[in-house]
Design a protein around this ligand. Structure first.
Ligand SMILES: Nc1ncnc2c1ncn2[C@@H]1O[C@H](COP(=O)(O)OP(=O)(O)OP(=O)(O)O)[C@@H](O)[C@H]1O
Length: 311
């Protein structure tokens, strides 16, 4: 696999406020890379530098093999960017917005390309209406459709689903998966942990201008202790007995639950259930928990991710 994006020692400050403090990352071609971080972590600044919209103070950035500072034009020819605040013109129709992009990119077969995009994004009917009548989800879709007019091989999606309802979010996820299947490389910023988990091949966690962890979602989750089995009992007697049985377990007397550490694979669960059975203990409820990116963020930054939306 070749790399679509290579970033090394990227630094950016606004005045004396250091926003990116030496960032290294590599995005393989044809993958989804997610930059995850709370508000103000520096995600948009990173996208702006990588997409040639802003100059870095230091470090090197190569996109599609081109240096973003020296070969701006070549980079721009291969990328598409959709922002948090859609770059659509409110006072034009969806179709007219797409036409503008087609003209800008000198697309030979503009009408056909636009027709296909409107269909793909389920905007055929809305295409003749002014954008100021669109919902948030429709705007995001139009914004992405506009990006695709130029047929980019690398797409930057800056918080593509922030503020969208769950259904529109899932539609956007499906579109992102389709783009990936077509071989497009996707650089996605998000503050939604589940979004990174669902879509990304690799995740980098950005916190206060530094990448504090990088890996596949599973690799990141494995770094964090927290796998456990949760048992709920009918009464305190059974809870007492079970707590004595399982070393290292922690109990919640009010909820009548016991948290037993373990990796939750079938063998360890079988042993645990046998132990309950052999001791004539019955649990009313049983569930296996593995850490999610939420736990990862907490473990890495030492802060609860109050600013990070976890749904
Ligand atoms: N042009 C600018 N001038 C001064 N400060 C800026 C500028 N752009 C961004 N910042 C500051 O840099 C920090 C990082 O901003 P950035 O927009 O990159 O964060 P973010 O992770 O994308 O967060 P959000 O989710 O809020 O967009 C913030 O503290 C922001 O106030």
């Amino acid at each position: 696999m070749s790399s679509a994006i290579e970033v090394s020692g990227l630094r950016k400050a606004f005045g004396d406020k250091v926003v990116l403090d030496g960032i290294d990352l590599v995005v393989e071609a044809g993958t989804v890379f997610s930059l995850l971080g709370p508000n103000g972590a520096g995600k948009t600044t990173t996208v702006n530098v990588l997409a040639t919209l802003m100059k870095a103070d230091g470090g090197s950035v190569r996109v599609a093999g081109h240096d973003v500072a020296a070969e701006t034009k070549a980079v721009r020819a291969t990328i598409g960017v959709t922002g948090q605040f859609a770059a659509v013109d409110e006072l034009l129709t969806g179709q007219e917005n797409l036409q503008l992009m087609a003209d800008l990119h000198r697309v030979a077969d503009g009408r056909r390309v636009i027709g296909r995009l409107l269909e793909r994004f389920d905007l055929v009917e809305a295409g003749t209406e002014l954008v100021n009548s669109y919902s948030g989800g429709m705007r995001r879709k139009l914004d992405l459709a506009m990006t695709l007019v130029g047929d980019p091989s690398i797409i930057f999606l800056d918080e593509p689903t922030t503020g969208l309802d769950p259904r529109s979010r899932r539609t956007m996820w499906d579109i992102i998966r389709e783009l990936l299947a077509e071989g497009v490389t996707i650089f996605l910023t998000t503050q939604y942990l589940e979004e990174a988990d669902q879509l990304a091949d690799r995740v980098a966690v950005l916190d206060q201008g530094r990448i504090v962890a990088q890996g596949t979602p599973d690799e990141l989750k494995r770094q964090v202790p927290g796998s456990h089995v949760r048992l709920r009992f009918a009464g305190l007697g059974d809870l007492d007995a079970a707590a004595r049985l399982f070393a290292g377990s922690t109990r919640d007397d009010e909820a009548l639950t016991l948290r037993v550490p373990g990796d939750g694979d079938t063998e360890s669960v079988r042993i645990l259930l046998n132990q309950l059975h052999d001791n004539a203990l019955h649990a009313d409820d049983f569930s296996v928990h593995t850490p999610d990116l939420d736990d990862v963020f907490l473990a890495l930054t030492g802060r609860p991710n109050a600013e990070v939306v976890t749904k």
